[in-house]
Design a protein around this ligand. Structure first.
Ligand SMILES: [Zn+2]
Ligand SMILES: [Zn+2]
Length: 374
């Protein structure tokens, strides 16, 4: 810490610089060294140095202490980090810095956005295909309607805490082998809020928030698939001190169907065919998501053949049109035959012998060629 540069030198201002001059100098240097814009290897170190100097010199109390004690400021603690964790996170976005509050200290009374919530909803296969509107009930914390989040009885206002003067933080002095150390902790009088509520709101008992079972209307668009996530803006937990509510995320789980299988926007299904339907051809009825349609099975259809029913799939979630339905036919070998049927099949087999033999012949030829490596 001994080789630390003087904060005034870092910012390039005089010891008598006004708050405005300190701010201007900081903005100029931060713009110059912010790692988002400056790719030099030491930019980040320089930026941190500039920010640290600014954090101290822009805070009246800290600046006065720095003027008195220099870098041995007890507030710095032993690790050298500064000011109660303002530096803990990243460097902050450069836009926040120049268009936002200028990188000042965090205000304990600043509005804060509510947390996001997650809700898992299981729906039927066809509900995912065609969409669904429903109501769900979720437990969530909302801003109290009676006091609008202040926690004070209507007609009264919270007072500024007279212990911490509204900062929400209390300084305390610790004796250590290195001398007296000054540290901060949340004000115990106001629990870090900076405010004292004398007359508490009856609805929320001063919390400013209430637990509610809230009914929410959800519209699931047709075409959603298992694992889809719907975001409902502002339906999460209520914000704090006037901050916006968080969002509600609805995770969709889709139950499987007995007959249809979904693959993105397409539907797959299997239809059994009798041996005679496959051999002689037929016209059969196929269930689709909306209706029954007729499908022509040509004579001589092999098991495993796919037929496509165009536009009978799932409506596309984004864009227009629908997927297709793919029908796979499975030829079922008869297992229970009457004596008469068996006899007919024997007769069929003896007539069909030459053809079967022909097919087998070509199959064995191909296999022999494969063994020879052709
Ligand atoms: Zn306080
Ligand atoms: Zn209230």
């Amino acid at each position: 810490m001994a080789d630390k540069r003087d904060y005034y030198d870092v910012l390039g201002v005089g010891k008598d610089a006004s708050d405005d001059e300190v701010k201007k100098a900081y903005r100029k240097l931060a713009r110059q060294y912010h790692p988002d814009v400056n790719k030099a290897s030491d930019a980040e170190t320089k930026f941190k140095e500039v920010k640290e100097a600014y954090d101290v010199l822009s805070d009246g109390q800290q600046r006065a202490r720095y003027d008195q004690y220099g870098h041995i400021d007890p507030n710095q603690g032993m690790g050298g980090g500064f000011g109660g964790g303002d530096f803990g996170g990243g460097l902050g976005d450069i836009f926040d810095m120049f268009f936002g509050g200028g990188g000042g200290r965090r205000d304990p009374n600043a509005p804060q956005r509510g947390s996001d919530l997650q809700y898992t909803m299981t729906i039927e296969f066809k509900e995912a295909v065609f969409g669904k509107e429903t109501d769900i009930t979720i437990p969530r914390t909302e801003t109290c309607d009676t006091c609008f989040g202040s926690g004070a009885k209507p007609g009264t206002k919270p007072d500024t805490c007279n212990v911490c003067k509204g900062s929400g933080q209390q300084e305390f002095v610790q004796n250590t082998p290195l001398g007296q150390m000054r540290n901060r902790r949340p004000c115990s009088h106001c629990n870090g809020s900076g405010k004292i509520i004398k007359e508490k709101c009856n609805t929320c008992s001063g919390a400013g928030k209430v637990k509610k079972q809230r009914k929410i209307h959800v519209r699931i668009p047709g075409g959603v698939d298992d694992g889809a996530q719907l975001r409902m803006t502002g339906e999460g937990e209520g914000g704090h001190r006037g901050g916006p509510a968080g969002d509600l995320y609805i995770i969709i789980r889709v139950k499987p169907h007995d007959f249809f299988v979904r693959e993105n926007d397409d539907i797959l299904c299997e239809i059994p065919l009798t041996f005679t339907q496959a051999a002689l051809g037929d016209e059969i009825e196929i269930p689709t998501l909306t209706e029954k349609v007729k499908l022509k099975i040509p004579a001589g259809t092999q098991t495993g053949t796919f037929f496509r029913l165009k536009g009978k799939g799932v409506p596309r979630l984004r864009g227009t049109g629908q997927g297709d339905q793919h029908v796979r036919v499975i030829v079922v070998t008869p297992s229970k035959l009457s004596d008469e049927q068996k006899e007919l099949l024997r007769q069929f087999s003896s007539h069909d012998g030459a053809h079967t033999h022909e097919q087998e012949q070509s199959f064995f030829d191909r296999m022999k060629r494969a063994f020879r490596g052709d």
